[in-house]
Design a protein. Structure first.
Length: 115
């Protein structure tokens, strides 16, 4: 089992920045990849960014150049630095971890971009 706890969401004005954190605990060995997903009201959940155990990353086209995913293995923490936020980035952001074929989810953190 893997437990994931997100933090860092909130209300920010357009053009602002936020950094989300995801602390991992439990059976953290053999984690293959971690990722951030988001779900806006009335929309399907979508992949925002992924980081693999190798360090390779990939991003949704809508966030490329604005968001950066990273991890600190010593702290068992993954981050999502979000810059130049837009109203369309408003969503609940979820941290995920894939381990031995299982996908684990955090509880989500709300990000609202509004003036």
């Amino acid at each position: 089992q893997v437990q994931l706890v997100e933090s860092g969401g909130g209300l920010v004005q357009p053009g602002g920045s936020l950094r989300l954190s995801c602390v991992t605990s439990g059976s953290i060995f053999s984690i293959e990849a971690m990722a951030w997903y988001r779900q806006a009201p009335g929309k399907e959940r979508e992949l925002v960014a992924r980081i693999r155990a190798s360090g390779n990353t990939n991003y949704a086209d809508s966030v490329k150049g604005r968001f950066t995913i990273s991890s600190d293995k010593a702290k068992n923490t993954m981050y999502l630095q979000m810059n130049d936020l837009k109203p369309e980035d408003t969503a609940v952001y979820y941290c995920t971890s894939r381990r031995l074929g299982e996908l684990y989810w955090g509880q989500g953190t709300q990000v609202t971009v509004s003036s």
